[in-house]
Design a protein around this ligand. Structure first.
Ligand code: SAH
Length: 261
């Protein structure tokens, strides 16, 4: 018998221990035998085992070498299981793809969730869907719409690439050790066809980042040096607005208009 694993804070380890919630998560994912799943941060296998029960193919990416050894002992006899001892932040997910797009799953370490989401979005063409446990506050920002306080750069960049569905909340008591915050499960489904035609993505990202860099300032101020009053006039966007009053479409219009300056 292995010694019990001591949770490491620096790896963002909060292990799921509530069988009802684990069941609810696996039901939401609804894995099929011919699915190709990838689990990020399997930890002690709380979700890994029930996922494998569906007979799916499963790759897992785990950073903590102690846990890698345990997972190997537990699951490596299955040839549909592959363990990658690696950092998900720099992992090449697209390289795992065989014939079907990947389904990504993870009870993610909260300290790396935003950079990890951006890393995965860069490979969205190879992904069927993603189910993540995140801090509830992050899920609120992912799904926030124009007019809401949480609407910002994260909402825009995620909604450009994915449909966002907040599924349900998970109480701190469901984990060991318990996180200090409420968590939520979210489903992200990359759009089959891009809903917005953006001519120059780096320029678009620059505008969104600058506009939200100081939320209380007007966009005339935050976008100084990028957009002048003629651009605002041509796109019919009020330069005295704040970033949170602009729709995704407004940002698309601004950046596409600039390209033709
Ligand atoms: N899925 C498990 C564990 C969640 S805790 C459960 O629900 O119980 C988060 C897991 O992510 C831990 O196993 C931690 O070691 C792992 N992890 C942390 N940073 C990581 C990274 N950069 N890449 C891959 N795994 C990471």
């Amino acid at each position: 018998m292995n010694k019990p694993h001591k949770a490491r804070k620096r790896f963002g380890q909060n292990f799921l221990q509530d069988s009802h919630i684990i069941h609810q998560i696996v039901m939401s994912i609804d894995p099929m035998p011919d699915d190709h799943l990838v689990e990020i941060g399997p930890g002690q296998g709380a979700i890994t085992q029930p996922l494998l029960d569906s007979q799916c193919r499963l790759d897992v990416v785990e950073l903590d070498r102690d846990l890698v050894d345990r997972l190997n002992t537990q699951f490596s006899h299955l040839d549909r299981f592959t363990l990658h001892s690696a950092d998900a932040l720099s992992f090449d997910f697209a390289a795992l793809k065989k014939d079907k797009p990947l389904r990504i799953i993870g009870n993610l370490p909260y300290n790396i969730s935003t950079p990890l989401l951006f890393h995965l979005l860069s490979q969205a063409a190879h992904i069927q869907d993603m189910h993540f446990m995140l801090q509830k506050e992050i899920v609120n920002r992912l799904e926030a719409q124009l007019g809401s306080k949480q609407f910002g750069r994260l909402s825009i960049m995620i909604q450009l690439h994915c449909q966002v569905e907040a599924l349900f909340d998970v109480e701190p008591e469901c984990f060991n050790p318990q996180p200090k915050v409420m968590s939520s499960i979210v489903r992200l489904t990359p759009h089959a066809a891009p809903p917005y035609a953006i001519d120059n993505m780096p320029l678009f990202e620059r505008i969104v980042r600058s506009a939200f860099s100081q939320r209380r300032k007007t966009i005339r101020n935050t976008l100084k040096g990028i957009c002048n009053d003629e651009v605002f006039q041509a796109t019919q966007i009020d330069p005295t607005s704040r970033a949170e009053a602009l729709s995704i479409n407004d940002f698309v219009n601004l950046s596409n208009h600039l390209k033709y300056e």
